[in-house]
Each structure stands twice: as structure tokens, then as C-alpha cells.
Design a protein around this ligand. Structure first.
Ligand code: C2E
Ligand code: CA
Ligand code: CA
Length: 399
């Protein structure tokens, strides 16, 4: 740990905060304690290299704090402190992983002083050497991002969504990429959180929707119904009550029927913005736009809330698909999601399918659709059309 590095303790219990600060100081480390989540953006400066976070706090939700940290893009190592069950810890860890945060340890309350000292001592070098961000080399300014929007540097790549039983390609998910003039093709993790923080995700969303709907007219259909286009929409955009009308206006402009469009909203987003989002989503559904709850399993949707969301599709997050074979709780989550989805009359799509073994498991469990590298990586429009034509020819030749 460098001299400048700092530790942050987030616990509503002042005594714990003071204990950690005192312990760290006797070890020659700088440490700040906070009891109010609202202080996080101010205190989470780049010199913070280790964060001790209490998961269970009455006034603030540790899970919510993890989300804010994800949005702030912290690279610090995180230690989860709690007296709660191992399962909750595991779930929080998974969430952290999907937020690209790095969990470096646990501290089960009540803990002994020696445990705390060991942790502070043992973890710091590791924290320093573990970069958590996917694109730490990318240094872009807010101005770069705004210019990129103006200059049309954002492009869409498409990834097929396949009906497991028939093998038919039912949809193409549009995934944004930044064709950076100097740095090459950059993935969304390098710019979506920044655009959200900048308050520019709304205009970015409209830009991508316009481009996607324009390109969807050119999807190769090979005589079959053309695949549906799936657009990722940030939950921030759903705060605007005019969203459904503007969206339908755009679809009309490009002559794409509403039922050929799937709007994907992340589960965690939905849980953050339940009321206004619900209004907008219900009106979109009434206009025949298809709705998908993305990254299912990483948020904390209660059955009650799930029943209220008028979605057509549940998308199982790739973290669970990836670990399905190794981890029994992930396997159960996948099975249960399929059951819940079907119980609520939704189609269930698994994302991140990379192996035949995963596909077979999903087929046996009755999962409807699959998406992943097993079929294709996301490709630009011309390549995805070629892929669609090849696949069509292959299936036509099959006995
Ligand atoms: P997502 O919607 O969950 O998209 C799926 C991600 O999984 C994509 O990453 C895709 O490339 C990746 N993926 C697909 N199949 C596999 C597989 O078999 N294995 C593995 N390991 N990964 C697979 P990508 O393109 O980097 O997108 C990341 C996230 O960025 C998306 O997650 C979505 O939340 C967000 N995003 C992308 N485009 C847009 C956009 O236009 N607007 C908004 N608001 N968000 C977007
Ligand atoms: Ca998605
Ligand atoms: Ca997803």
C-alpha cells in the first residue's frame, strides 16, 4: 500500500467504525469511517484502496451501496462485514462481480481484533495488484464521450437469440460498441457507466434506438419472419413519462412493428425505480412492445414485484449460466428462474451460453431461448446477416 492509500469503513455502527479506524492507525494506515451512504460519492476518492462494508444496516442498504460503488467505478478491494448467512454473502459477492467490483474478503461479526489486523495486513498488497476495471487503460474525458456521440462513433453489434427447441433465430440483441478513432473498438463497460454518471445516457439511448431500428429493416430474413431486435434501455430513460410515445414514434419512422422490438431492462434497475418505470413499461406493453427483464438473478426482485412487471421475457444472467455446472446454488437458481418465468407466463432466455453441455442442461430444464458465444459473438450488421444466411442454408440442408 502506498502512503497515499486510504481505507474506508462503511458501517452504521459508529463503534465498529471507530474500532477499525483506531486499529488501522496503530498499523500506520489512513482510514475514514462513514455511517451515511449519502457521503459515499464524496469520500470514495481514487486513493481509497480498501473498503470494509457492512451489508446489514438499518438506515442504508449494503447492497445499494455496492451498486453505487459500481456506478462510481471503484477499483478498491472490498471486504464484506456481516453477521448474516453465508448465502446472503455469496449473493452479495455475485452482485459485486456483475458490477465489476472486487471482493477481497469477509469479516463475520462479531470479529476478533486479530482477525481485523490480519485482514488489513494481508489484503492490502493484493488489493493494490488486482485491477478490477475491465478497461483501466482507457482514459477518456467527458468531452470525448460527447464528441463521440456527435461524430457517430458508437455502433451496434448484434448477437443472435436462438429458440432452443427449433433452432430458429428469434431475435438479435443490439450491443453498443465505441469505434474509437485511436483506441479501437471499446466495449460498453468502458462508456455506459460514464454516460450514466454524465446524465447523457438518455440521449445515447435514443441514438442507439434510432440506429438499431434503422438497421433492423436490413436484417436478413431468408424467407422467414425477420428476427426481432432487442434493445438495451437504461432504467434512467424510463423516468421520462413520454418515453412510450417517443419510442413508438421512432419505430413508426423506421416502419418496424412494435411486436418486433424487445426492450431489455436490467432487474437491478427495475428495483431501483419501481414506480415510474412500471408506468412506462405498462404503456410500452400496451403498445405491443416486448419487454425483457435482463440480468435476472443479480437483483433482488421479490415475487410480488415480478408479478407487477408486465414483462414477456426473463433473461438469466450469464454469471449463473457460467457457473451452473460447478455450483449447485447457481444450478438451482437457473432451474427456479425457468419455473418462475413459466409460472408467470414469460419466456425464459439464458445468456452467456458457451458450451453444448450448458445448452443441453437448459433444454432439459425447459428453458426457451439461448444466447451466447456457442452460437455467435456479437457481430456488426453485415457479418450477422452473413451468419444468418449461412445458418439458414445449413438448416435447409439438414436431413
Ligand atoms: P447485457 O445486456 O447483459 O449483454 C450481454 C453481454 O454478455 C454482452 O456484453 C455480450 O457480449 C456478453 N456475452 C454474450 N454471450 C456471451 C458468452 O457466451 N460468454 C460471455 N462471457 N459473454 C457473453 P457487452 O456487449 O460487453 O455488453 C455489456 C453490457 O452493456 C450489456 O449487458 C448491457 O447491460 C450494456 N449495454 C450494451 N449496449 C447497450 C446500450 O445500447 N444501451 C444500454 N443502456 N446498455 C447497453
Ligand atoms: Ca441485454
Ligand atoms: Ca444480461
Amino acid at each position: 500500500m502506498t502512503d497515499a492509500a486510504r481505507i474506508l469503513v462503511i458501517d452504521d455502527d459508529r463503534d465498529i467504525g471507530e474500532l477499525v479506524v483506531a486499529t488501522a492507525e496503530t498499523m500506520g494506515l489512513r482510514c475514514t469511517a462513514m455511517t451515511d451512504a449519502a457521503e459515499l460519492p464524496r469520500l470514495l476518492t481514487p486513493d481509497v484502496s480498501l473498503i470494509l462494508l457492512d451489508l446489514m444496516m438499518p438506515q442504508m442498504d449494503g447492497i445499494e451501496v455496492l451498486r453505487v460503488m459500481g456506478q462510481l467505478g471503484t477499483t478498491a478491494g472490498i471486504v464484506l462485514m456481516s453477521g448474516i448467512s453465508k448465502r446472503v454473502m455469496e449473493t452479495a459477492e455475485k452482485l459485486a462481480r456483475t458490477l465489476r467490483l472486487t471482493i477481497v474478503g469477509h469479516l463475520t461479526k462479531p470479529f476478533r481484533l486479530t482477525e481485523l489486523e490480519d485482514l488489513l495486513r494481508g489484503n492490502l498488497p493484493q488489493v493494490k495488484s488486482t485491477p478490477a476495471r475491465p478497461c483501466p487503460h482507457v482514459q477518456v474525458s467527458d468531452e470525448d464521450l460527447r464528441n463521440a456521440m456527435r461524430n457517430g462513433e458508437f455502433v451496434l453489434y448484434y448477437q443472435p437469440q436462438v429458440d432452443i427447441a427449433s433452432g430458429r433465430v428469434e431475435g438479435l440483441e443490439a450491443l453498443a460498441r465505441w469505434q474509437h478513432p485511436r483506441l479501437g473498438l471499446l466495449p460498453p463497460d468502458c462508456f455506459i457507466p460514464r454516460l450514466e454518471a454524465l446524465g447523457a445516457i438518455d440521449s445515447f439511448g435514443w441514438l442507439m434506438a434510432d440506429q438499431g431500428l434503422k438497421e433492423a429493416r436490413r436484417f436478413a430474413s431468408n424467407g422467414c419472419p425477420a428476427p426481432r431486435i432487442a434493445l438495451n434501455v437504461s432504467v434512467q430513460s424510463l423516468k421520462d413519462l413520454r418515453f412510450p410515445d417517443t419510442f413508438i414514434g421512432l419505430a413508426r419512422k423506421h416502419s418496424i412493428p412494435a411486436e418486433s422490438i424487445m426492450v431489455e431492462i436490467t432487474e437491478s434497475g427495475l428495483m431501483q425505480e419501481p414506480s415510474s418505470a412500471l408506468d412506462v413499461l405498462t404503456r410500452l406493453r400496451m403498445k405491443n412492445v416486448q419487454l425483457s427483464i435482463d440480468d435476472f438473478g443479480t437483483g433482488y426482485a421479490m415475487m410480488q414485484q415480478l408479478v407487477n412487471i408486465p414483462a414477456n421475457e426473463l433473461k438469466i444472467d450469464k454469471v449463473f449460466v457460467e457457473n451452473m455446472h460447478a455450483n449447485s446454488s447457481d444450478r438451482v437458481l437457473v432451474e427456479k428462474t425457468i419455473e418462475i418465468g413459466h409460472e408467470l407466463g414469460m419466456t425464459v432466455t439464458a445468456e452467456g451460453v458457451e458450451t453444448n453441455e450448458q445448452l443441453e442442461f437448459l433444454r432439459r430444464k425447459g428453458c426457451d431461448r439461448a444466447q451466447g458465444f456457442l452460437f455467435s459473438r456479437p457481430l456488426p450488421l453485415s457479418s450477422i446477416n452473413e451468419w444468418l444466411r449461412n445458418r439458414h442454408e445449413r438448416s435447409a440442408q439438414a436431413p
